[in-house]
Design a protein around this ligand. Sequence first.
Ligand code: ATP
Ligand code: MG
Length: 712
Amino acid sequence: MTNRHAANTPEPEAEKPDVAEASAAQSGAAAVHEATVHEATADEDLTLPDDYQPDGDDWYGGQPTKKPKHFWPAAKRLVGLLAPEKWLFAFVVLLVVGSVVLTVIAPKILGQAMDVIFNGVLGAQLPAGMTLDQVIAGARAQGDDQFADMLEGTNVVPGEGIDFGLLSRLILFVLALYLVASFLMWLQGFILNRLVMRVVYGLREKIEEKINRLPLSYFDSRQRGDVLSRVTNDVDNIQQALQQAFSQLVQSLLMVIGIAAMMFVVSWQLALIALIALPLSGIIAGVVGVRAQKLFVAQWKHTGDLNGHIEESFTGHELVRVFNRDAQMAEEFDRRNDGLFQAAYRAQALSGTIMPAMQFVQYLSYVLIAVVGALRVTAGQMTLGDVTAFIQYSREFSQPIGEMAGMANMLQSGVASAERTFELLDAEEQDPDTEESHLPERTDGHVSFENVSFSYDPETPLIENLSFQVTPGHTVAIVGPTGAGKTTLVNLIMRFYELNGARILLDGVDITRLSRSELRGHVGMVLQDAWLFDGTIRENIRYGRLDATDEEIVAAAQATMVDRFVRQLPDGYDTVIEENASALSAGERQLLTIARAFIANPSLLILDEATSSVDTRTELLVQEAMQALRADRTSFVIAHRLSTIRDADTILMMENGHIVEQGTHEDLLERRGAYHALHAAQFAGETESAVASEPAEVTDSAEISDPAEVPE
Ligand SMILES: Nc1ncnc2c1ncn2[C@@H]1O[C@H](COP(=O)(O)OP(=O)(O)OP(=O)(O)O)[C@@H](O)[C@H]1O
Ligand SMILES: [Mg+2]
């Protein structure tokens, strides 16, 4: 049940996390403001989307079920998943059939046992030595027609008491029936479990493989939470649907048919009475249930509202403090909490009447059956045992019907999940890897772009016809305004995206002719956002090269200024880094990712804003260390702080996906073009001399301005 609920979490929350990332103070304030403006009015409670359709069976407060877009194709494919196990599945169905047949027969036999007792008690009171017909005739002669009628419906042997031998045989037989039925049920559950687990295991594997073949653009264009839930919740949901819905649906259906059949066999008159309860229950469900469902939708809406607000106030916690909005947030919370209270109260109050109403109908038919049954027994048209059997049937009848409704819901949600999972499995894949070419163990790092064109979205061209060559061992700095396409350029080298035109060569080999893993094995990359996983600092560094020794890790850490702060941590290299609540500063996290690239010792190094959060002094020290690292390899360095890339062999100045200038720092300054402008803007606060021809001073002054920072 938990899974199902998790899978059905109302949409608005799933999309919230972005709020946390909107780091600009402004947007945070806007969010707070928006939250305050929203007012939950009472009228809103019952508004529903136009295309809303009630499920008709979830009256007790379950969340609105996700509906598959096309039920049958997805359902068929879901069943198709069972195809490899079809014989086993058929066996499971057979077991269910067996179990149901035995369960359905049992009350009838128990009724016969009842008759044995009844006949015995009655027989003992009649004179021995007479036949039943004689006793009946005698009764009629005395005017006791009612007694005579009743006797006619039995096969009492006058003078004989309870046949305990027969009675015990019958009871043992019933016991055996129930025992075997339960065993069959257990066996089918056991087999089905294994079967479903195998199917779901296979499905998970398929998804995992698929995810590795999906291009990055697939993930770009989708919400992370959505993809994640397809892989986790939806698969759980499918498992649940297969495990429970299928077998239970079969079982419940067979039970309903079997019990209905037995009811008609025992007494069609009573069967008709029992069936009257059905339309009555249907009316209650139709009238009250649909109305209750609307209220539940309102309740979920308010729950989503409240949760959204809570999440917002936690993730934007600091901003709330910054803008002094605590009081407003608390007020807003109260209002939403109030709204939820009202909605939930109304929904529960109404839905709370459904169960008692249905039960009342149930009891009504129960009493009717008892009365009519008793009359028929006294009229000799039915045995007492059949009446008790019938009552048992009528009680068992409603249960599988209720279960089927629940299962239908679960099945629907399972099919919806299957549909979403199949969508993922059918998504277009990246071009398959080829292994037409190979690179030597150590490449020179000669990179050339030949007329490269690329854009994320065909409508908005980004990189067009870009060509340049990088001499092996050179450090290439890529600079340019935000959104110029710097990250895009290096993403293309990594083949995160496929080119729209022409090619990129690494040591003369077209990178599309290499397998992606071989290509990436030669490249080390430090991304713009520092990604660290849950694990110790040591593990995070070792991620760059799994066979690195502890000494190598420390050496890499020392070279990248990581060692300095790690030593100050109580647990040193064994400090566990947790995803969000990390004790490390942004700059320290960046340094860690640099250490990771350092230890990988790649032929080609790509640093995308790798030191943007690090202070200038540390950055310089890292630069020095990187110098050693960069010595015999080609590196691409993207940096906004121009001071850090002054020594680059080549600087590529990018604007709108084009390289507008290319050359060394001095060349470009002399040219007085785009680079010069950028440079001037960056150092506008500095002295005239710094802006002009002697930029070395800039760094010097930075160094001097903060002498306390200098480490020993
Ligand atoms: N995954 C993506 N899908 C679609 N468009 C994208 C994607 N990534 C970037 N873009 C767009 O492509 C353009 C270039 O982005 P890119 O990340 O290369 O810029 P950048 O030069 O690295 O900027 P910054 O200095 O801010 O990191 C931008 O206009 C951006 O909006
Ligand atoms: Mg970038």
